[in-house]
Design a protein around this ligand. Structure first.
Ligand SMILES: NC(=O)c1ccc[n+]([C@@H]2O[C@H](COP(=O)([O-])OP(=O)(O)OC[C@H]3O[C@@H](n4cnc5c(N)ncnc54)[C@H](OP(=O)(O)O)[C@@H]3O)[C@@H](O)[C@H]2O)c1
Length: 292
């Protein structure tokens, strides 16, 4: 890469995340060319100093490296499929979310069309790329990642995981597996307090304080999971009863308890499986066996 080309990049996909990426690149002095399916979103980026590409072909031609920030991998085919003849020799960095299998298939498709491919999962606090907790998982060929790492550095700290094209999405989806129910459970807790007519601000401080114990549970549970999972019949029964109490407390306050019913059902199944097997069966083990 020439000196000039390492300081310029194309960004395709201007949702909240793509726009945050454009702003981060521009703030670092990187020249940015942008394209988006809905052209109106280009205007705000052009006002900040980004160059407009009229077509996907122009966007790919503008730089050696193109970053995709799209809703899913299906959108990548819709976009790059408009100008596949412009792919040879380029590097595509797809920072869109999807399953590991779709990321691997996408990597193969891009390489079949003559471009290098790196996949990433953006572990940001919302779209705040410069939040101290934000970072990005990357996977794909090491040499191809190294070739673009410096250019991509303005986005967020980098965590290169390995050559498996699905690895960034595996870790990303693994962490979102925790995030989505955590966020919804927090909303359920706030709804419980609100519907009961009590002060949300007074409660939240305790929620934050309780979170400090979560690393302890992650460490002890992951150690137990490597030995078959946390399974002790009395504890599983206690957890089933505890989840039932949350369901009852939520319903007393008129709050939707679907999440807590799901939690309760796992512990109930683990108790039943343990009694049937004559030895303790963990919820982790049930999950590894697949859908009930
Ligand atoms: N936003 C966040 O806080 C956040 C945080 C971490 C990770 N992420 C991930 O980053 C990616 C982008 O996030 P986002 O919030 O910007 O997503 P988004 O609002 O879904 O926007 C993504 C972009 O995808 C484009 N798009 C979708 N389908 C398309 C298609 N079939 N053909 C062409 N373009 C298509 C949209 O174009 P139009 O404008 O034309 O609709 C838009 O520019 C997602 O994979 C998301 O999971 C987001």
């Amino acid at each position: 890469m020439s000196e000039n080309s390492t300081r310029s990049v194309t960004v395709i996909g201007l949702g909240p995340m793509g726009q945050a990426m454009v702003r981060a690149f521009l703030a670092a002095g990187v020249e940015v060319t942008v394209w988006n399916r809905t052209a109106a979103k280009i205007d705000a980026m052009a006002e900040l100093g980004a160059r407009r590409a009229a077509t996907v072909a122009d966007a790919l031609d503008a730089n050696e490296v193109t970053v995709l920030s799209l809703t899913h991998y299906a959108a990548m085919y819709d976009v790059l499929g408009q100008a596949p003849d412009r792919l040879p020799g380029k590097t595509i960095v797809n920072l869109s979310s999807d399953s590991p299998a779709r990321a691997r298939a996408g990597a193969a498709w891009v390489r079949e069309h003559g471009a290098r491919f790196i996949n990433g999962g953006v572990m940001s606090a919302g779209d705040v790329l410069d939040h101290p907790a934000s970072y990005i998982f990357y996977s794909g060929p090491r040499a191809d990642f190294d070739a673009v790492a410096e250019l991509l550095r303005p986005l967020s700290p980098q965590e290169y995981l390995g050559e498996d094209d699905g690895l960034a999405q595996l870790y990303y989806q693994g962490l979102l597996t925790v995030f989505h129910p955590w966020l919804l459970a927090f909303e359920q807790a706030i709804a419980l307090i609100a519907n009961a007519g009590h002060d949300i601000d007074a409660f939240v401080g305790f929620a934050v304080r309780s979170n400090a114990a979560f690393p302890h549970f992650m460490e002890s549970m992951s150690a137990a999971d490597q030995q078959g999972g946390w399974a002790d019949l009395a504890s599983l029964k206690m957890m089933e009863a505890g989840a039932r109490h949350v369901v009852e407390a939520s319903e007393e306050a008129g709050v939707d308890a679907t999440l807590s019913r799901t939690a309760q059902s796992f512990y109930r199944r683990a108790v039943a499986a343990s009694e049937e097997a004559g030895k303790a069966v963990s919820a982790f083990e049930l999950m590894r066996r697949g859908a009930a």
